[in-house]
Design a binder for this molecule. Structure first.
Ligand SMILES: Cc1cc2nc3c(=O)[nH]c(=O)nc-3n(C[C@H](O)[C@H](O)[C@H](O)COP(=O)(O)OP(=O)(O)OC[C@H]3O[C@@H](n4cnc5c(N)ncnc54)[C@H](O)[C@@H]3O)c2cc1C
Length: 331
């Protein structure tokens, strides 16, 4: 039993001040991930600071032609927003590929970024876990590791990042706006989440007490052809085995610009810049897409039970790029 107090923050300043004076306090937004974690004592806060009524619930167009999405906008509202559907369809589709309608109604932008891994060894407190309790070991290394990482893992942790939305945000060059005890700063989404290294207990580069206030997307006209492909054990209500967010800009048959990110394969949303660089200037055809997929997976180190992910990821990349080259739509 862990006793904690519950406080509803009255302003961003109030929330930051409360977090600053209590290192064991945690923010709660939609609660769809945190409450599950509290129930099994993965988190034992001294205080829950409810931020859900703060003024961070709007989607606004930016002067540069992008979008600023407040940290408290629900996943449903982002996925349904006309500008998101028109200009960043991969983001809308990635969100709709996750969880269920009821969960998406509650889940927020900020909470989605900070949801924690679904590694069963992390959730089951009967097992040791370096993420839960540093230095205790990682049973996934030799255990049932079918869902685990094939890129960027360390001996300390093979967990994968679970968010669909973040894979699309990585491909879209999103930036996370945060505010904390030292002021405001912006973190590119691709630098927001961390690889496990020797500190798998840290998922992100957020500092203690920092609050996510918004996510900003710049203008990216060719993102209109963007697609999101999610492969999983069930067609709904399941986390990704492999997912791909892809967008291509073509001049005639030639690739002018490319974005490619993957989910389900690493401790963070995996942007494949080497493959993107390769694609630029090449003809948009199956051979090119296959070569890009080989580059994207070149460093893969599968475990006992997840070698299938390597081939699955390559096929998913090929398919996502093929559909994007034809103008996008449902993959
Ligand atoms: C059954 C089930 C299935 C799911 N399936 C999928 C799926 O297929 N794909 C997928 O992507 N997701 C899936 N999800 C996860 C879901 O998307 C997340 O639970 C949700 O996005 C979390 O948002 P929230 O607002 O409820 O976060 P909360 O639970 O409130 O918070 C999550 C974490 O973020 C922190 N936090 C929240 N907001 C802020 C902020 N503004 N600043 C700083 N810290 C903050 C909290 O302290 C906490 O640590 C699933 C969830 C469930 C329960």
């Amino acid at each position: 039993m862990n006793n904690f107090t519950y406080i509803r923050a009255t302003s961003v300043k109030d929330a930051l001040q409360r977090a600053k004076t209590d290192q064991k306090a945690m923010y709660i937004a939609g609660g769809t991930n945190l409450v599950d974690r509290l129930k099994v004592f993965l988190d034992e806060p001294s205080q829950l600071i409810d931020i859900s009524r703060l003024e961070m619930g709007r989607i606004e167009r930016t002067s540069s032609g992008g979008l600023r999405i407040g940290a408290l906008v629900s996943n449903t509202a982002v996925a349904d927003h006309p500008d998101v559907r028109r200009n960043y369809p991969m983001l809308s589709r990635a969100i709709l590929a996750g969880a269920s309608q009821q969960i998406r109604n509650m889940a927020t932008m900020g909470g989605n970024l900070l949801q924690r891994t679904r590694c069963p060894y992390y959730y089951d407190t009967a097992f040791p876990c370096n993420k839960r309790q540093p230095g205790t070991g990682c049973p996934a290394a030799t255990g049932i590791n079918r869902m685990h990482a094939i890129l960027g893992a360390s001996e300390q942790c093979f967990a994968v990042h679970p968010s669909d939305m973040c894979v699309a945000l990585a491909a879209l060059d999103a930036v996370v706006d945060v505010e904390g005890p030292k002021g405001k700063r912006q973190i590119p989404l691709t630098d927001f989440h961390r690889l496990p290294g020797d500190a798998p207990q840290r998922d992100t580069n957020l500092e203690p007490g920092e609050l996510i206030t918004a996510v900003t997307l710049g203008p990216m006209p060719f993102a209109k052809s963007g697609v999101y492909l999610k492969l999983r054990d069930r067609t709904s209500y399941a986390f990704a085995l492999i997912s791909v967010a892809a967008a291509l800009e073509l001049t005639g048959e030639q690739i002018k610009n490319a974005r490619l990110a993957m989910g389900g394969i690493a401790h963070k949303p995996w942007r494949t810049t080497e493959a993107e660089k390769f694609l630029i200037g090449k003809p948009a055809n199956t051979t090119t897409f296959q070569q890009a997929a080989e580059i994207a997976l070149a460093g893969a180190k599968p475990l006992t039970h997840n070698a299938f992910k390597v081939d699955m990821a390559k096929r998913a990349i090929r398919r996502a790029l093929t559909v994007s080259a034809k103008g996008g739509g449902v993959v």
